[in-house]
Design a protein around this ligand. Structure first.
Ligand SMILES: [Zn+2]
Length: 342
């Protein structure tokens, strides 16, 4: 018998590390922590035995695509005191194969038994006889009770669509929390703080953090994103001050480059807004206009060189020399004229 079971297990299909339809969390304490840090509600499903109305929750409700979709916005827990309903072998991302619960492939049966015995029980006044769902907040207060039916119609009678509608209403009331990707962005921003600063290329991270802060909820992860944004604003402010110093020293070329870099590196910050204004007003200064003319003339001259028109090139380089007197552009133009000879 034992050998037969072993053979059956060997023959059972191995599920690849594909995306689970509902991502149940194994540990209730972890679920509460996730709800708190990510600003989400907990969806706790309680299945009490293996009769048909209880199995209907797993076999019909859990398989509803609309429910699976709305549950992405919740932290999901599954309480079921039994473990005789089937197991599947699942291959994890790291290649390891583990046995998981056939009802909920992100957890094993030990996890949902423990959830039923130690955790879910705390939320019931008396003995639980019917399958149902609870929505809890991060303080573990019951926000909603959703029965999976009633004595008249049967407990397997609530269509998944009705549960989905209830959950969507709750989402509208409580606001959505952070997605997995958003949460990952924040934690990476925190752990890679030093690396990100050294790289100085944080424009993409900045945009992600701005969208997270725009969610506007008061939860730790979003507060962290806000704090990280403030740090970046400080860095942006320092870069802006460096650009200001170049402008004050009338180093126009360096100032233009420095302001442009602030705009490019720190999109959407106050500093980037200031840099944009400075670039505009610098562009109106006669010195800067001349500088830009010199730059354009130099570039045009180089183009004529490439196209084999040395006389036209020479004229452009002379113009660069004239407009850019005392700048790098004049030096470059002078060198090009020397190279052309004559
Ligand atoms: Zn199980």
């Amino acid at each position: 018998m034992r050998l037969l079971l072993a053979l059956l297990l060997l023959a059972s299909p191995v599920l690849a590390a594909k995306k689970p339809k509902i991502r149940f969390v194994a540990d209730p304490a972890k679920a509460v922590e996730m709800a708190r840090t990510r600003g989400k509600l907990i969806f706790l499903t309680v299945v009490v035995d293996n009769d048909s109305e209880n199995r209907a929750v797993v076999e019909r409700v859990f398989k509803d695509a609309a429910l699976q979709k709305v549950l992405r916005e919740f932290i999901c827990l599954y309480a079921n005191p039994h473990d005789d309903h089937g197991k599947v072998r699942v291959r994890l991302k790291n290649g390891k194969k583990v046995m998981r619960c056939a009802d909920a492939i992100t957890i094993d049966c030990f996890a949902h038994r423990r959830c039923a015995q130690q955790y879910a029980r705390a939320f019931f006044d008396g003995e639980v006889k019917t399958p149902y769902h609870l929505v809890l907040d991060a303080d573990e207060e019951v926000v909603a009770r959703i029965f999976n039916g009633d004595p008249e119609t049967g407990y397997d009678h609530v269509p998944a669509g009705q549960i989905v509608a209830r959950l969507q209403k709750l989402l509208r009331k409580h606001g959505r929390g952070l997605t997995r990707a958003e949460y990952k962005t924040i934690t990476e921003a925190q752990t890679n703080l030093k690396a990100a600063r050294a790289r100085k290329n944080i424009a993409a991270q900045l945009r992600a953090l701005q969208s997270i802060v725009a969610i506007g909820k008061k939860v730790p992860a979003i507060e962290e994103a806000r704090a990280r944004l403030k740090e970046i604003e400080v860095d942006a402010g320092k870069a802006l001050q460096a650009a200001d110093r170049e402008r004050q020293a009338h180093k126009w070329e360096a100032a233009l480059a420095a302001y442009a870099k602030v705009e490019q590196d720190f999109p959407g910050t106050l500093a980037a807004g200031r840099a944009q204004k400075e670039l505009k007003s610098l562009g109106k200064r006669p010195e800067v206009k001349k500088l830009m003319k010199a730059k354009a003339a130099l570039e045009k001259g180089l183009e004529w060189v490439r196209r084999g028109k040395p006389e036209l090139a020479r004229k452009k380089f002379e113009a660069a020399l004239l407009h850019g007197a005392g700048t790098r552009y004049a030096e470059l133009a002078q060198a090009e004229i020397a190279r052309l000879g004559g």
